[in-house]
Design a protein around this ligand. Structure first.
Ligand code: PLP
Length: 387
């Protein structure tokens, strides 16, 4: 009997993307022949050290800053933790920090950490479209606010924040502006001076570099305590033998990402997917659909009453890889903090699906997704009615 091959429709580009050919080629020598420790004084070590220096210089050129302001980390999570905790320690855990209610858990949990150790930490509200306004940030600032954290683009609903305007409001209050730009890089321009930020985090695996590499931009003069002690790597700010191959790959991915690809086709697929899903009974669209305020490939919808995690597993069975925008605990989806922040109720916030599109997706795949989601949702709603 002839068995049909299961399709593979990858629409989870916000989760991760594969390493690109150009990145792999750039990394190859540093995985094999050029393996010296950058701290070693002999030639093989110096070759690795030069590669790290060169990567730092090229990344700084992409971000519009000085190489001295780029610090490699193990990824976006570490960079977010460093920004929040490093800033809190630099202020002796005194004063206040403000962070948007839709930040990544790396920021939210780091803020909870500094709160446990005595610092005040408050959420900045998000509007129903998924936007943090400069006015909302200003209203959340106190005289003793040391740092404000607002992400460039949200990882669940893809909404893009007016960071330059927010940074001006934060600086008027003499606080440090931190921006998690992990989800913006490669899709919208990321230039630290245009954004006006003091701290900015990035992750390699969202843009075609390996998992386990990221960076924190630290504007010269910004007070930040190192979190990882040991050798003198990363200008005495982050100890540990450098992940040379990944750093080299990250630099290549950053350069590739800076040459912004044409997003017209992705925008068209995004619109078709939204239009198609909207015709399914029960569908609720999450976040603004205004193109200039949403990342090109992000589609996020809820089907109230259905469980997000089981929707994802149902779609996996028909070859569609997407995300539930909520965490699963013991088989039951916890409501998404992002959706709660934009005013969705718990049922809506526990039943969302996130599709994030990439250059390789096709219109045929979009139609396949709509057909499969419709079939699944109709069936699950019918079963719920019967039971
Ligand atoms: N910040 C945002 C907005 C993210 O989307 C992610 C990952 O999904 C991270 C931080 C964490 O990055 P990493 O996976 O490199 O730790």
């Amino acid at each position: 009997m002839k068995t049909e091959k299961k399709p593979f429709v990858y629409v989870d580009h916000a989760a991760t993307v594969p390493i690109t050919d150009s990145v792999r080629a750039a990394m190859e020598p540093f995985l094999t022949t050029t393996f010296g420790n950058p701290s070693s004084a002999y030639g093989a070590g110096r070759a690795s050290s030069r590669a790290v220096l060169d990567a730092r210089r090229r990344i700084a050129a992409v971000l519009g800053c000085s190489p001295k302001e780029i610090f490699f980390t193990s990824g976006g999570t570490e960079a977010d933790n460093w920004a929040i905790k490093g800033s809190a320690f630099a202020n002796n855990l005194c004063g206040h920090i403000a962070y948007s209610a839709m930040e990544h858990h790396a920021v939210l949990h780091a803020a909870a950490f500094v709160r446990r150790f005595g610092m005040d930490a408050d959420e900045i509200p998000v509007d129903s479209d998924g936007i943090v306004t400069a006015d909302a940030v200003d209203a959340s600032m106190r005289d003793d606010t040391r740092l404000a954290a607002v992400m460039l683009a949200n990882n669940e609903i893809g909404t893009v924040q007016p960071i330059a305007e927010i940074a001006r409001a934060v600086h008027e209050r003499h606080a440090v502006m931190f921006c998690d730009a992990v989800q913006g890089m490669g899709q919208i321009p990321v230039n630290v001076s245009d954004l006006g930020v003091d701290l900015l985090s990035l992750s390699g695996h969202k843009i075609g570099a390996p998992k386990g590499i990221g960076l924190l931009y630290i504007k010269e003069g910004t007070a930040l305590t190192p979190l990882i002690d040991g050798g003198g790597q990363e200008m005495h700010m982050r100890a540990g033998t450098e992940n040379v191959a990944s750093i080299v790959g990250f630099a290549k991915a950053m350069e590739d990402a800076a040459v912004m690809p044409d997003m017209t086709r992705i925008r068209q697929m995004q619109k078709s997917l939204f239009d198609g899903l909207r015709t399914i009974p029960g569908c609720v669209v999450n976040g603004t659909c205004a193109q200039e305020k949403r990342l090109p490939g992000n589609v996020n919808v809820s089907f109230p009453g259905l469980d997000a995690e089981s929707l994802v597993l149902h779609l996996d069975r028909v070859g569609i890889c997407c995300s539930a925008a909520s965490a699963c605990t013991a088989g039951v989806s916890e409501p998404s903090h992002v959706l709660l922040a934009i005013g969705r109720d718990r049922e809506e916030a526990s039943s969302s699906l996130r599709f994030t599109l990439g250059q390789r997706n096709t219109m045929d795949e979009i139609e396949y997704i709509i057909t499969q989601v419709r079939r699944m949702v109709n069936q699950l709603y019918a079963e719920n009615r019967v039971s």
